[in-house]
Write a protein that binds this ligand. Structure first.
Ligand code: BES
Ligand code: MN
Ligand code: ZN
Length: 483
């Protein structure tokens, strides 16, 4: 079901082996073209400029030659993944392909990293969401991939890391792509339990009864209109030896966001199965954490429920009691993500971790501000912000630091409660949402990522097919790796 990655056999061979001579997807130097039987004029006349991800298949050559562009910029892990994804698409109608990509890029990023990035790029490009297709689509014919690396590379380790990251991202994509009707909060929690069973992570699941006992009024208030139970799920990685610290990830897990009584119009509602993308990224990252064996404690908390209108639903003007003791007047039931996160962040902050990172498809305003390719980043601590920014850069995930302006905090003052859940003004909705969340983390170093844009892509790009991207998994794993 999950992890729909197509390539079944990946071999690795060392440079110098005979097969290396058939692979030609490295940046082609003019003096090499003759040996391949390709004329530079022909490439140029065909419009091949070597741009990143550009491919040209030369079917007349024997064996067939595929030129893959690496671009004029610095070669990085993301650019190798991009080129490898293009190679997969260009070769998916062949039976087998041999590629020098990891060999060619080894000098720039290191041989193992180059190999890992190549494998990840090909696997992630081959991802498809087809679990609900009645008749299976045609699979690609490509089954055999041979990758050429320099001598002395630990290819087994690089391959298993690539496989772990790619299947974690595929899991996140599957969960985000799955319709709301096929993924309730209970089912999302079950997916997290399955991850725990497969990886040996600890897992704890709170049902409605337990959420009442634990005073999670934000979760219960958003769930009040639903016929499905809410779930708060917590996955924990504990290092074998002494722990050097604790990082707590918190994800928004709204399995479908109708808006509640403040019902969304059709245009806004039809995409809202993606509103658990934060939780899905946390689950995906936790699934891969064990493979990295970090010596820090990693906790992933997911706040799962749907948001439905009903006679029992929370009504505009109702006041909720959040876990940390603060009261919130719900003036708009469609600003529900911040209500479930308020409980999740309160729990995280109680335990004084070294860092809290939350991920949430929180505001449409973030799409207005940054477009669909950038996540918004906000935080209360310079060092924490710098760490997350560095991790995202390494991961190749685009985000932009936005302010949490004190000047706007008074927009959240309520006449009847400690806070209201929407700002009094019309503008700066992403920042106001960030300011709201800040009320629940005390002084704990905290970073908030609004992933409303990059959680999905409308068109295929690099190793991202149309639909869910798996955004956030890589950044979370980089934070763990660089702790
Ligand atoms: N899940 C939405 C935000 C969203 C919008 C995510 C578009 C992805 C794409 C969130 O719960 C929401 O409805 N936010 C409201 C907040 C408003 C009522 C203050 C919004 O953005 O309109
Ligand atoms: Mn909403
Ligand atoms: Zn939402």
């Amino acid at each position: 079901m999950a992890n729909q990655l197509e390539i079944s056999a990946i071999n690795v061979i060392n440079a110098g082996a005979d097969e290396a001579s058939v692979a030609t997807d490295r940046p082609i130097k003019e003096n090499e073209l003759e040996t391949l039987g390709v004329s530079p004029n022909f490439l140029a006349a065909s419009g091949f400029e070597g741009k990143l991800g550009q491919t040209l298949l030369l079917p007349e050559q024997d064996p067939i030659v595929i030129a893959v562009g690496l671009g004029g910029q610095e070669i990085t892990e993301p650019s190798i993944r991009n080129a490898a994804a293009s190679l997969w698409r260009a070769s998916k109608h062949l039976d087998s392909v041999t590629s020098l990509l990891p060999l060619t890029t080894a000098t720039e990023v290191g041989a193992e990293v180059a190999l890992q990035a190549t494998v990840e790029g090909m696997l992630l490009a081959s991802y498809r969401y087809d679990e609900l297709k009645g008749s299976p689509e045609e699979r690609s014919s490509l089954q055999q991939v041979t990758l050429v690396v320099p001598d002395g590379v630990d290819s087994a380790a690089a391959l298993s890391r690539a496989e772990a990251v790619a299947s974690a991202i595929a899991l996140t994509r599957d969960l985000v792509n799955r319709p709301g009707g096929s993924l309730s909060a209970v089912q999302l929690a079950d997916e997290a339990v399955k991850v725990a069973e497969q990886t040996g992570l600890e897992v704890e699941v709170w049902d409605r009864e337990r959420l009442i006992v634990e005073r999670c009024g934000g979760m219960l208030g958003v769930n009040a209109g639903s016929t499905e139970e809410p779930r708060m799920v917590r996955l924990t990685w504990r290092p074998k030896g002494e722990s050097r610290g604790t990082i707590h990830f918190v994800g928004k897990g709204i399995t479908f966001d109708t808006g509640g009584l403040n019902l969304k119009p059709f245009e806004g509602m039809k995409e809202m199965k993606i509103d658990m993308g934060g939780a899905a990224a946390v689950i995906g990252a936790m699934a891969a954490v064990a493979a990295h064996n970090p010596d820090v404690t990693i906790i992933g908390t997911c706040c799962c429920t749907d948001n439905q209108p009903s006679p029992t639903a929370t009504k505009p003007g109702d006041v909720l009691n959040i876990r940390n003791g603060k009261t919130v007047e719900v003036l708009n039931t469609d600003a529900e993500g911040r209500l479930v996160l308020a409980d999740g962040l309160s729990i995280a902050a109680e335990e004084n971790p070294d860092l809290i990172v939350d991920l949430a498809t929180l505001t449409g305003a973030c799409l207005v501000a940054l477009g669909s390719q950038y996540a918004g980043l906000m935080g209360n601590n310079e060092d924490a912000i710098a760490r997350v920014e560095a991790a995202a850069t390494k991961a190749g995930e685009r985000l932009w630091h936005l302010p949490l302006p004190n000047e706007y905090r008074k927009q959240l003052d309520s006449d009847v409660a400690d806070l209201q859940n929407i700002g009094s003004g019309r503008f700066g909705g992403t920042l106001v949402a960030g300011l709201f969340l800040q009320e629940f983390v005390d002084e704990t170093p905290w970073v908030h990522l609004d992933i409303a844009g990059p959680v999905t892509t409308q068109e295929q790009e690099a190793e991202f097919p149309k639909g869910a991207t798996g955004f956030g998994v890589r950044t979370l794993l980089e934070i763990v790796n660089n702790w």
